[in-house]
Design a protein around this ligand. Structure first.
Ligand code: RP5
Length: 164
């Protein structure tokens, strides 16, 4: 199976990013975790992106806050799918990171999830790998079905209380 990289701009992003790591683990997807910064370690970030396909990665998750250029800088150096997590680490509550991550110029896409949306970033990476992995696709379907059951149970409880 291809690996997923989980890259963050600073170790201060780890509390948000951990949800992506645990979610990938729940699906049995191997991942590598790194701290690379588009601004503080641009050479290492570039080198990782350039070599990622040859190193067995199938998708790259990039989390950063403030003037969040990490996902874009990684995407500029690979044709692997890049998923950006804007991190709420600033006085602007993550809106700065959201706009920096999502507003990519044509030709260099970054699939941007919600501010602090680490779980969805991991699920999107799993979905990308599942395009060519039927077992993984089945796991995704099973979890969706289980989640739907839990919401239906909540509907039942609320209906019983209020719809008499
Ligand atoms: C960004 O600046 C990082 O991704 C982090 O969200 C934010 C603050 O970084 P630190 O100053 O805590 O290292 O580059």
């Amino acid at each position: 199976m291809k690996k997923v990289a989980v890259i963050m701009g600073s170790d201060s992003d780890l509390p948000v990013v951990e949800k992506a790591i645990t979610t990938l683990g729940e699906y049995g997807v191997p991942c590598e975790v790194h701290v690379f910064s588009a601004h503080r370690t641009p050479v290492e970030a570039r080198d990782f992106a350039v070599n990622a396909r040859a190193n067995g990665f199938g998708a790259l998750i990039c989390a950063a806050g403030k003037a969040a250029h990490l996902a874009g800088a990684i995407a500029a150096n690979t044709t692997l799918p890049v998923i950006g997590i804007p991190v709420k680490s600033s006085t602007l509550d993550g809106l700065d990171a959201l706009l920096s991550t999502v507003q990519m110029p044509s030709g260099i896409p970054v699939a941007t999830v919600a501010i602090d949306g680490a779980a969805n970033a991991a699920l999107l990476a799993v979905e990308i790998l599942a395009v060519s992995d039927d077992e993984l696709a089945k796991k995704l379907e099973d979890v969706r079905a289980k989640n739907a059951e839990s919401v239906l149970a909540k509907d039942k409880a609320v209906s019983e209380k209020y719809n008499k």
